[in-house]
Design a protein around this ligand. Structure first.
Ligand code: N01
Length: 535
């Protein structure tokens, strides 16, 4: 493989300039390959470029939600808070882009509109807007698992004359809610972060809830200098221990207790209280059986319902806020005063089960027969997760096969990384990998390293193409389904299974357990890419 020219042909084309696209570009370039990345945004940062709604911050701690690939980078960057806010994470992404001179290979304000495999030339033809088609030996989709927004088609929405927003496409100019009547639709992680902040500013805030959220307190604050010093004293060891955690983070948290069922009531209460006091995802791993035994799960769920009852003054509102589904089957929301917000006189909760939205009108909407006036409506309705961004590009592989055809009944692939019929295509953080069930930066680094090693191996062994066999792909899909069926993640209507988007096939799209997965990828590579066809 020759180093590509800087004309219309490169070795590696990358879709996206978020954390995945940036690291992929860096690794490809360090192998001496010509790389070109594209992003429709006007800056790097991906998710953290778009999700700049009030209160946006990460729910994984700053010292863990950052790249580990460069010791000097992790030593020089200082985080200010336990959980970094969106502007700080975006500043970090920009810093990385400058530090590694990534911008010269990134074309911003450029959308990848399509990609087609040219069998004769054995390369991808990538179409962009604006721009001429680019030819590339390899195509890496780093377009993100949570980047294609989900905007439900409410009747009459076009007639609404007020302002509308989606949390995942937040404007770059300042948005003031002062003195305004605001509606927020949806109560997932984004809304849970945003609602307390907007409530302090708006004249009136109405939150429309379809499914109540389990929230755990973030207990955010300035980074603890003593803790930071311990981590920095052995950053590499800290990273390695986190990679051995099931979710790729949390190695310094107290280990889970064996069972919520065998603990006495007192022991259970003490264990839950201790994690609740620590804040963040610690609560979700109080006992080993919370994700596997529905009775243990219910004990954790009831603990949170009890906290809601203690916190929310109006009993009817408290009751509406209490989730009834299994805890952990949707991502826990990490909050800063969400439940407390409903004690404010200017905040109202509407359950969509009691009052479904019938239609929008010029000055508001009608829900359950009640007309309501709003100046602003915020859609915190999430994403067409895991598959949405890849399917928007809808690459065309061998023999004219479209990705949307291959994935008609849900995404299929091998290791979450490659799809049969699509040579030299890699899906970073793809469905069927641990993806969103991990610290996503850990997943990104593992995927990029695997892809870079694979490309390097092909170059060394003189191969031009690689793709999974249909049999290996079927076996991987079967493995993911079998491993995930008994877990809590398959148990309710969430974006993990595609249930949040009407008409999307219901398939579990993430595999829990990062260390075993990473070992499996490692073994596949070490054995010369078993299950892959090389040409
Ligand atoms: O989206 P969501 P999100 N009518 O899908 C509701 C990550 N993230 O943007 O549950 C009415 O979780 C929907 O209701 P239901 C994190 O991984 C991380 O909040 O489907 N309501 C739900 O309440 C997270 O999991 C951070 O019944 C409708 C809400 O909208 C993921 O991104 C911060 C509806 C959507 O919740 C997505 O979070 C933010 C309809 N037609 C996000 N359709 C941090 O790091 C959907 N809803 C902290």
């Amino acid at each position: 493989m020759e180093r590509g020219s800087d004309g219309d042909r490169v070795d590696v084309a990358v879709v996206g300039a978020g954390f995945g696209g940036m690291y992929m570009s860096h690794r490809a370039r360090s192998l001496g390959l010509a790389v070109r990345a594209f992003d429709v945004a006007d800056d790097v940062g991906g998710t953290w470029y778009w999700n700049r709604y009030p209160g946006a911050r990460c729910d994984v701690e700053s010292l863990e939600y950052s790249y580990s690939f460069d010791e000097a980078l992790q030593r020089e960057w200082r985080w200010t808070e336990r959980y970094a806010a969106q502007p700080e994470i975006l500043a970090y992404a920009r810093h990385v882009a400058e530090r590694f001179d990534l911008r010269r290979d990134i074309r911003l304000r450029t959308r990848v509109t399509g990609a087609r495999w040219d069998e004769a030339a054995r390369e991808w033809v990538v179409e962009t807007d604006p721009g001429e088609p680019l030819r590339a030996r390899f195509l890496v989709l780093a377009s993100g698992p949570l980047s294609s927004t989900n905007l439900p088609g409410f009747p009459g929405l076009a007639a609404f004359e007020g302002r509308t927003f989606h949390t995942g496409r937040w404007p770059h100019e300042p948005v003031s809610f002062a003195g305004r009547r605001v509606a927020v639709i949806g109560t997932g992680s984004s809304a849970v972060q945003m609602v307390p902040v907007v409530a302090r500013e708006a004249a009136a805030l109405t939150v429309f809830q379809r499914t109540a959220a389990y929230c755990v307190p973030a207990r955010n604050g300035p980074i603890d200098p003593a803790y930071e010093a311990t981590v920095r004293a052995d950053y590499a060891g800290f990273r390695a221990r986190n990679r051995e955690q099931l979710a790729g983070f949390g190695s310094t948290l107290p280990p889970p207790e064996p069972s919520a069922l065998t603990a006495t009531e007192d022991e259970r209460r003490r264990a839950f209280d201790a994690r609740w006091a620590l804040g963040g995802f610690a609560f979700g791993r109080t006992f080993r059986d919370l994700g596997t035994d529905p009775r243990a799960n219910e004990l954790a769920a009831q603990y949170i319902r009890d906290r809601i009852a203690e916190t929310v003054a109006d009993p009817a509102t408290a009751r509406r806020l209490m989730p009834t589904h299994a805890i952990l089957c949707k991502r826990l929301c990490v909050d800063s005063g969400y439940y407390e917000t409903f004690n404010r006189p200017n905040v109202r909760l509407v359950s969509l089960h009691e009052q479904p939205i019938e239609r929008f009108e010029a000055h508001g909407l009608v829900a359950g027969g009640e007309p309501m006036r709003f100046d602003d409506v915020v859609f915190a309705t999430g994403f067409d997760a895991m598959t949405g961004s890849a399917l928007k590009i809808d690459p065309v592989g061998r023999d004219g096969l479209r990705l949307s055809q291959a994935w008609r009944e849900g995404p299929v692939n091998c290791l979450g990384l490659g799809v049969a019929g699509f040579p030299n295509l890699f899906t970073l953080v793809g469905p069927g990998s641990p993806s969103a069930l991990t610290n996503v930066i850990v997943q990104i680094e593992q995927h990029v390293d695997w892809v870079a090693r694979c490309i390097d191996w092909m170059r060394a062994s003189g191969h031009a193409t690689i793709e999974p066999t249909a049999a290996a792909q079927a076996a991987w899909v079967e493995h993911v389904n079998t491993a995930m069926a008994p877990t809590v993640f398959s148990r309710c209507d969430s974006w993990y299974v595609g249930a949040n988007v009407p008409g999307k096939p219901r398939v579990i799209m993430a595999l829990y357990g990062f260390p075993a997965y990473a070992r499996r990828c490692e073994e596949t590579a070490a054995a010369g890419y078993t299950g892959y066809e090389v040409g």
